[in-house]
Design a protein around this ligand. Sequence first.
Ligand code: PGA
Length: 249
Amino acid sequence: MARRKYVVGNWKMNGLSDAVAEARAIFVAADDHPAVDVAICPPFTLIGPMAVAAPGKAIGGQDCHSAASGAFTGSVAAPMLADIGASLVIVGHSERREGFGESDADVRAKAEAGLAAGLSVILCVGEPREVRESGGAIDYVLAQVADSVPGEFDPARLAIAYEPIWAIGTGLVPTVADVAAMHGAIRGALAARFGGAAEEMRILYGGSVNGDNAAELLGAGDVDGALVGGASLTAAKFVPIIGAGASLH
Ligand code: PGA
């Protein structure tokens, strides 16, 4: 089946109130490319204001707690994201796995919480540099997929983002052949586990995607979109990536 391209901005811990106007500008420009699904995941503090400024647009969290509520000081639950207008959530980003010690089991529980709250989920996986250099990247990532992807869900609501850790924010990107090989391996593992439903699940590439390399990366086999950090913060940088996705339809 034809999967729609999906281009998602991960703003990380960037953006004050005045950034809402930039998000609005991105969504307005994205309307010129209706074949591409576009989402922005700003810091928690901007989700509500962005949902007001860009009604009906896909806005998401960058993390959520696995519980729906409770004594978890400082955390935000998936139903809270849905309540202020989010329609998706990123879970398992390497900056959470590495910086906050999140295990595959934690990531799976967060994905389940997001799905239960009615959100779409982008579940991140990716290998560190030494694993890539030792030749073990595919095995490493498939183990993350096996242990962090939930068992039952609507396949259209769960996307995997393959983000090699060494490519995030570094300007380094894997070869297109390596990206295609990894995405093909992930698709194969999903098909072995979920059968035909795997065809509906989108697999995004993330790590130093920009306007110059997006067309090549998005055109690689089994790449259904991009999760973009630094180059998603401004319309000037992000809209060309959306345009690259549109040109592949
Ligand atoms: P980057 O980040 O595009 O700045 O490399 C990607 C990500 O961490 O999702």
